[in-house]
Design a protein around this ligand. Structure first.
Ligand code: NAD
Length: 468
């Protein structure tokens, strides 16, 4: 063990106690410094992402670096407004008085990031935590070693090192870090480790945000333009070689639509990655041997309608589509998290809704339909962290939308204003002058007159609680 988790947290707590991180100028200074870091050093980050995941530079910009600069710009533009105290209604019984909600920082925040978007998923929560005035200990994933190493060197060169620490490490180091008391823990990764994090947090009654995954379904109806659907699906599913928490995991459609969709998918794959995606500069690789073996294992006994080829030495797995997959096969039992798209037969939108609601609430749900009725059916009858109608994965780049799961796919959310709420305490402040003392009426002893006053005037029961 080479890390001093207790000492690091103690230092961060001291910095927080100094009050420096509460100042708006400090917060915006950190956000600007991170923006400068991404602008000046993006090539190093892109090289690291290429080394870890074979990520094309354009994709790294789209989904990591450019995503983060947009989040920083949106936060810098709105922060002062988001942090302003919010006025609150005060009832007649307390008048004269004013009520307000003060947005205050929590203290020391722990961010634990996964390997699939190793830059975005470490820095995006940090943007929220710093903007909200906290100090941060951030732990990148050991499974993306090049990205982790670059971040560990680069971040201290730009951000305030007494308030922000990047601590690299795997399970052992994270276990030691989790023994410490934090004021908030923000974890992104799988649900099994999510439980470990929540258990550790419970020891100190620390609140958690858990950004988890799961099987995100996509429903395609019989009337929609399948060529356009195929292009969007191929983009959202095979980006980062399918290793995206919000990637469409499986597709629900009628048998007829599946038969018509497959040639469009084949064509869209060829358009994007050529006839042999192995040679494409636009297609990534599987993160590790373990994940490669897990994914090729899911293909055992399956006949691929498209793709299926793999190469263990380069951890290459072709964009793969499986048709008419049965519900009880391995590929439908766990989150795929790779470039395999099973198509499952349902005969109607209502059947698709039943299929989805019979399972864990997904992180994302996608819908391809032109029917307003079908859209309303899915919005009203299903639950998911977020929904994309007509486009997969893109909802998480809209800065005004919260990003997070529900049920098994996660607890809490972030991005933009939602990050400020996640990393702040909403403190209730009631300010009532001592004079005039309108509270006299409620002080004991309770005479009959006082009781009538309380019942009828100060806190009357209204016949109609609210107008319809
Ligand atoms: P991972 O293996 O990198 O683990 C995530 C983090 O947990 C790492 O920092 C790792 O060091 C730490 N960790 C691992 N084992 C631990 C243990 N026993 N104790 C303490 N810490 C431990 O990443 P992963 O979990 O394979 O990530 C993939 C999963 O994450 C998928 O389920 C995916 O859907 C989900 N995910 C969710 C989001 C989201 O935003 N909701 C984003 C990306 C990934």
């Amino acid at each position: 063990m080479t890390i001093d988790a207790a000492g690091t947290v103690r230092d961060l707590r001291e910095t927080f106690a100094s009050g420096r991180t509460r100042r708006l100028a400090w917060r915006t200074g950190q956000l600007r410094a991170m923006h400068r870091m991404l602008t000046e050093r993006h090539r190093e980050l892109e090289a690291a992402l290429a080394a870890d995941l074979g990520k094309p530079a354009a994709e790294s910009w789209l989904t990591e670096i450019g995503f983060l600069t947009a989040e920083l710009e949106h936060t810098l533009k709105n922060l002062e407004h988001w942090l302003a105290p919010r006025r609150a209604e005060v009832p007649m019984s307390l008048q004269p008085a004013t009520g307000k909600v003060v947005i205050e920082p929590l203290g020391v925040v722990l961010v634990i990031a996964p390997w699939n978007y190793p830059v975005q998923l470490l820095l995006a929560p940090m943007i929220g935590a710093l903007a909200a005035g906290n100090t941060v200990l951030a732990k990148p994933s050991e499974l993306a070693p090049a990205s982790s190493a670059v971040l560990a060197t680069m971040v201290p060169q730009y951000l305030d090192s007494s308030a922000v620490r990047i601590v690299a490490g795997g399970k052992e180091e994270t276990t030691e870090i989790l023994r410490q008391r934090f004021d908030h823990i923000f974890y992104t990764g799988n649900g099994t480790v999510g439980k470990v994090v929540m258990r550790a947090a419970a020891e100190h009654l620390t609140p958690v945000t858990l950004e988890l995954g799961g099987k995100s379904p996509t429903y395609v109806d019989d009337q929609v333009n399948l060529r356009a659907v195929a292009q969007r699906l191929v983009w959202g599913k095979f980006m980062n070689a399918g290793q995206t928490c919000v990637a469409p995991d499986y597709l629900l459609a009628s048998r007829k639509t599946q038969t018509r969709l497959i040639p469009h998918l084949r064509r869209a794959i060829t358009d994007a990655f050529g006839t042999d995606p192995r040679n494409s500069d636009s297609y990534g690789r599987i993160i590790s041997e373990r994940h490669f073996d897990r994914l090729t294992g899911l293909l055992d006994g399956q006949t691929a309608a498209i793709g299926g080829q793999s190469d263990a030495a380069s951890r290459y797995l072709a964009p793969t589509v499986l048709a008419e997959v049965a519900e009880d096969t391995a590929v439908m039992k766990e989150e795929i998290f790779g470039p395999i798209l099973p198509l499952v037969t349902v005969d109607s939108p209502a059947e698709a809704v039943d299929f989805i609601t019979a399972r864990d609430k997904p992180l994302a749900l996608y819908l391809f339909t032109d029917s307003a009725e079908t859209k309303e059916l899915f919005i009203a009858q299903t639950s998911a962290g977020g929904m994309g109608i007509g486009v997969p994965t893109a909802h998480l780049t809209a800065p005004g939308l919260p990003f997070g799961g529900v049920g098994q796919s996660g607890i809490g959310n972030y991005h933009g204003r939602y990050s400020i709420d996640t990393f702040s305490h909403h403190k209730a402040v009631l300010d009532k002058p001592l004079r005039p003392d309108t509270l006299k009426a409620i002080y004991p002893p309770f005479t009959t007159i006082k009781e009538q006053l309380i019942r009828r005037v100060l806190m009357p029961i209204r016949r109609k609680p609210h107008r319809d």
